[in-house]
Design a protein around this ligand. Structure first.
Ligand code: PLP
Length: 296
């Protein structure tokens, strides 16, 4: 047992030669030692994909939806297909090796590998999540920021890779710093033609007249595993759900808003662009109880 865990995949994809079916899926490594070669395209170009998976009491949550998105993202980048048996094995082993802690996360990363090698690099890193309570109970302040793309970017310009979970998060981190400069905790991206997209690392769900509504997932945003499970929760409660095009006026008219993501789970939004919003804290608590008790 240890407080942070690193499993380096020996063969992240069966499609990349040479593939040795007898080799172990992964090798344990020490997180603080050097593992990445300086020419790795993941490091020098952000050319790779990742997932961050919530781990509760040692159990990875929404594992299969995360792995399905990992495969989709890799395909969008023309990366070799991840060998899911090897990844599952490494994730499960990393979760089991971590010191017992209520909430942790496992991050899976697959890069294009060292330039010219045609062999992807892959690893699973797991560590405790830290205290997520303040965002869940006190809410977060968000500002809206123009993403600079129209909502149909996925169709018009698929090479921009909107909708893939790539390692290129410099833009998301710049938006987060801009939000902080404006006195907020996070940013909510809006398309250049006025549709609400997603947070820098989260999806938006709005409560509208007793329904749960989220932006359509074909508008250049990530299809969220947490959002999908919140819709499953809502449907179990008899609350209608829908995927729609939402404008800022729709946001203003909503009864409550949340940003949803792995690790933080449901964070109620307490203000948008400095304007206070009412939060549904009892509902937030029920959503988070549901999310943290998922057994798959
Ligand atoms: N949108 C973006 C841009 C993200 O980075 C994330 C998560 O990291 C999400 C949405 C939420 O996805 P999930 O709920 O699967 O963690």
């Amino acid at each position: 047992m240890t407080d942070t865990v690193l499993a380096v995949l020996n063969q992240p994809s069966r499609d990349a030669a040479p593939h040795d079916p007898e080799a172990d899926a992964f090798t344990w490594a020490t997180p603080l030692e050097e593992h990445l070669q300086v020419q790795d395209l993941g490091a020098i170009r952000g050319d790779g994909v990742f997932e961050t998976i919530t781990v509760v009491d040692g159990r990875p949550q929404a594992l299969e939806p995360h792995l399905a998105r990992f495969v989709r993202s890799a395909a969008m980048l023309d990366l070799p297909a991840p060998d899911l048996d090897a990844w599952r094995q490494a994730i499960e082993a990393a979760c089991a090796r971590l010191d017992p802690v209520h909430e942790a996360f496992a991050k899976t990363v697959m890069t294009r590998g060292v330039e010219g090698s045609h062999r992807p690099t892959g690893w699973v890193y797991a560590a405790p999540s830290g205290d997520q309570t303040p965002a869940r109970t006190e809410g977060i302040a968000v500002v809206t920021l123009d993403r600079g793309y129209r909502h149909d970017v996925e169709r018009t310009s698929p090479w921009l890779l909107q909708g893939a979970k790539t390692l290129s998060y410099a833009v998301n981190m710049a938006a987060l710093r801009e939000a902080e400069r404006r006195g907020a905790d996070d940013a909510l991206f809006v398309s250049s033609d006025g549709y609400v997209l997603e947070g820098t690392r989260a999806n938006l769900v709005a409560s509208v007249d007793g329904r749960f509504v989220t932006p359509r997932t074909d508008i250049g945003i990530l299809a969220g595993t947490t959002q999908a499970d919140v819709f499953r929760f809502a449907e179990g409660e008899g609350v209608a759900t829908s995927y729609e095009l939402l404008t800022l006026a729709d946001l203003e008219a909503a009864d409550a808003l949340w940003l949803l993501s792995s690790v933080r789970q449901a964070a109620p939004i307490r203000s948008v662009n400095g304007v206070a919003r009412s939060m549904d804290l009892p509902m937030t608590e029920r959503i988070n109880d549901f999310l943290l008790s998922r057994d798959q």
